[in-house]
Design a protein around this ligand. Structure first.
Ligand code: GLA
Length: 732
């Protein structure tokens, strides 16, 4: 890994064993993207890539008349000079002009990586990464722009963000400040986006790119279940096992834009950052604005390897704290078992049975505080309801811990019900436009987290509940999008800052709670997977993936989530049947076979299942305890897509390739067809493995495949809806 500065050609070459990222100071002084892709050898000069011939009707740079930005590739384009494509930023200056031109001034290269103030970001020790920071300046605007690039030793990844500084004495206004731009030299690509809604999150959708703009975005104040802030730009023939692709992962949890713009000269511009719609940022004298980070990855060997890059990078260089790289506790959550209708006794009964089954952590979900007996009241009043918890959270935690279980509970700190003491005392603390009606979502309003005093107040209330009790886990929920976004704490000309300030408030509350309680495992949640993003993983190492706990739907949701996010971050539980969201009945075996590939837990009352099922649950928990380290941190391979066939399969392989676990699922039976084969991946071709008492070489399992009829004989009927198997493969 290194970053080379060629003084004569004025070019930077960032490289490691796998990738090269080459940037030039363009003839106009701006930064030009020369190359990003598979590693190429270092040369003094790559400027032959810069296109210098004039073409009719092209605006050229005044000082270097053969150079036009429109024909060349940009690192961080502005609008207003010779590039007519989408800009990466816009700054409104005191004279009203938005034309800017930031030109190279200086740079620094240093080992490791700097943090971004108040924002989540990947981190790296000095021997893990190198960072290039290029300082550009626009003298007329009296501003500097710092473009930051980090290359990691072990990963085919570059992390980017930008930082603006107002060095003048008058205010300027950023009206757009994306985090990165990459211009690719041709348009023969497809965009894979992860789209959905509540209960059907992160479903991959592929779109052919061409001239014009293809984009996804969120304007909901959360990254959203509708479009995830992660996209893949791939060659049309790239699949999970082969081919070129780039990943763009936004380390941010609020409004975002991800776009691919093809221009008529064949160039493809990729942009990602905070959604410029509803965004402005006022920079007073001496102030800076740092954008969130985008993690850009490249693969030449297919999407499984792209995903594995994100899995490893995020597990090692994004997730922090005690739970980093640790297998996660098997939990039992009472939500689908009781909803808000519980007493301490009924909770203890569920917990006792969970303990008997081998569960390690009990989680008390919504309904324990204020007047919270339904979802019309109580949010904002973070004080225990004595009718449900007579000895408070501390008392319940004590009793649960006495059983030999760890204990955790649910909060939704960003919200308030109009029917709450908090709202009655502080109606001005919500996001709302004075004089206009406020829209409700799940009967609740959003607290104005752009205001420090609101975050302080919630912190203090939560601190009291957590500090008094022995708490190992917190599920942090967020159940509605932001509407009527207006802050009473903000002057008129700064209202465009509220969406971003809100997220900064969320991050600051997370930071304060983590600092006060470093051992707590946080799980983020937002009506299921409405805020499942890399930003959240910096604070909460796991996320409730979806409120849809139906095993068959979960195959698609978890499969889609695995493209951008580590398996260990995917909250997955076994719940009761018929499933509460889909009405579908699947066996307890299939429900567990799906839930194993995530954090694993139970979302039901184990007293309610049959003795036979309870015995199965006990062995499921034993299985997960034995294998969770491998499942959660091994190399994950998607083998067969649930979007293309009626069967799906995935597997994990240990780093030394000595053990693997395969999950196979039949979503819909196909009568009178042959069972067929399932080709495995990631094994050592020359190693002899044992599977179900028989021996096979790795090359057989990967090239010929598992004969599914083997499992047919074991009682697994291929022609049975929702049948599944999980099998362990060991090197001999
Ligand atoms: C959201 C979550 C659920 C549960 C409920 C509680 O819907 O996604 O898991 O916690 O809130 O109200």
């Amino acid at each position: 890994m290194n970053i080379i500065w060629n003084k004569t050609s004025r070019q930077f070459h960032l490289y490691n064993d796998q990738i090269s990222y080459i940037i030039a100071v363009a003839p106009s002084g701006e930064l030009s993207n020369i190359y990003f892709g598979k590693r190429i050898r270092e040369r003094d000069d790559f400027s032959y890539v810069i296109f210098r011939n004039g073409m009719p009707n092209i605006a050229v740079d005044a000082d270097t008349e053969s150079y036009s930005m429109e024909l060349n590739r940009q690192e961080y384009p502005s609008f207003g000079t010779t590039d007519f494509g989408a800009s990466a930023f816009e700054v409104e200056q005191s004279n009203g002009s938005r034309v800017s031109s930031f030109v190279y001034k200086s740079h620094s290269i240093f080992p490791g990586k700097r943090a971004i103030t108040g924002l989540p970001a990947t981190y790296a020790a000095e021997d893990e990464a190198k960072t290039l920071e290029v300082e550009l300046v626009d003298e007329q605007a009296q501003m500097t722009l710092l473009l930051s690039y980090t290359i990691f030793e072990k990963y085919p990844v570059v992390a980017r963000h930008a930082e603006f500084k107002n060095t003048g004495s008058t205010k300027v206004k950023l009206t757009k400040a994306l985090s990165c731009c990459i211009d690719l030299p041709d348009q023969d690509y497809e965009m894979v986006q992860f789209a959905g809604a509540w209960a059907r999150e992160r479903i991959p959708e592929v779109r052919k790119l061409t001239g014009g703009t293809t984009s996804i975005e969120s304007k909901r104040g959360v990254s959203s279940a509708n479009f995830n802030p992660f996209m893949i730009i791939k060659r049309p023939n790239t699949d999970d096992f082969a081919g070129d692709a780039f990943g763009f992962s936004f380390v941010y949890s609020g409004n975002f834009l991800a776009a691919a713009e093809g221009n008529t000269y064949g160039r493809l511009r990729i942009l990602m950052g905070i959604n410029p719609e509803r965004f402005t940022w006022v920079l007073k004298e001496g102030e800076t604005f740092e954008t969130p980070e985008v993690v850009i990855a490249y693969t030449s060997t297919g999407l499984n390897s792209l995903s594995q890059t994100y899995h490893r990078l995020y597990n090692n260089n994004l997730v922090r704290g005690k739970w980093k790289n640790k297998p996660r506790p098997i939990l039992n959550n009472n939500w689908e078992a009781t909803f808000m209708d519980f007493t301490e006794d009924s909770i203890l009964k569920i917990a006792a049975k969970a303990k008997e089954a081998g569960v390690e952590l009990f989680v008390l979900d919504d309904g324990w505080f204020g007047e919270r007996n339904d979802d019309f009241a109580g949010l904002g009043d973070w004080v225990e309801n004595p009718a449900k918890l007579p000895q408070g959270m501390a008392g319940l935690a004590r009793k649960i811990e006495a059983m030999g279980l760890k204990f955790g509970f649910w909060i939704e700190p960003e919200m308030v019900n109009p029917n709450s003491n908090l709202f009655r005392r502080h109606p001005e603390w919500v996001l709302a436009v004075p004089g206009r009606k406020s829209s409700l979502g799940r009967h609740q309003l959003v607290l104005d987290f752009s205001r420090e005093e609101v975050v302080d107040y919630i912190y203090n209330m939560l601190y009291k509940v957590i500090n008094g009790a022995s708490i190992s886990y917190i599920k942090w929920d967020m159940n509605r999008p932001l509407t009527e976004v207006f802050s009473n704490g903000c002057p008129a000309q700064e209202q465009g800052m509220v969406y971003h300030k809100y997220i900064l408030g969320v991050y600051s509350l997370y930071s304060r709670l983590i600092e006060a309680f470093p051992d707590i495992l946080f799980e983020s949640c937002s009506s299921g997977g409405n805020r499942f993003d890399a930003g959240m993983l910096y604070y909460a190492p796991q996320a409730w993936c979806s409120d849809n706990t139906d095993a068959i739907d979960r195959l698609r949701i978890q499969y889609g989530s695995s493209y951008g996010y580590p398996i260990v971050s995917i909250g997955s539980h076994v719940s009761a049947v018929p499933n509460q969201q889909t009405g579908r009945t699947t066996s307890i075996a299939t429900r567990a076979n799906v839930a194993y590939f995530g954090t694993f837990g139970y979302e039901l009352d184990l007293n309610e299942i049959s003795d036979k099922e309870f015995d199965e649950v006990k062995s499921q928990i034993e299985f997960m305890k034995e294998h969770r380290e491998l499942i959660q941190y091994g190399d994950f391979y998607r083998l067969r897509s649930p979007f293309e066939t009626d069967q799906t399969a995935w597997m994990v392989v240990s780093e030394d390739r000595k053990r693997a676990i395969v999950g196979f699922y039949c979503m819909r039976s196909n009568v009178n067809t042959l069972p067929g084969f399932l080709k495995l991946a990631g094994l050592d071709p020359d190693t002899l493995y044992r599977m179900e008492g028989k021996e096979y070489y790795g090359d057989e399992l990967m090239n010929m495949g598992i004969t599914l009829s083997e499992f047919y004989k074991k009682g697994f009927t291929i022609s049975e809806d929702f049948a599944s198997f999980v099998t362990v493969i060991d090197a001999i």
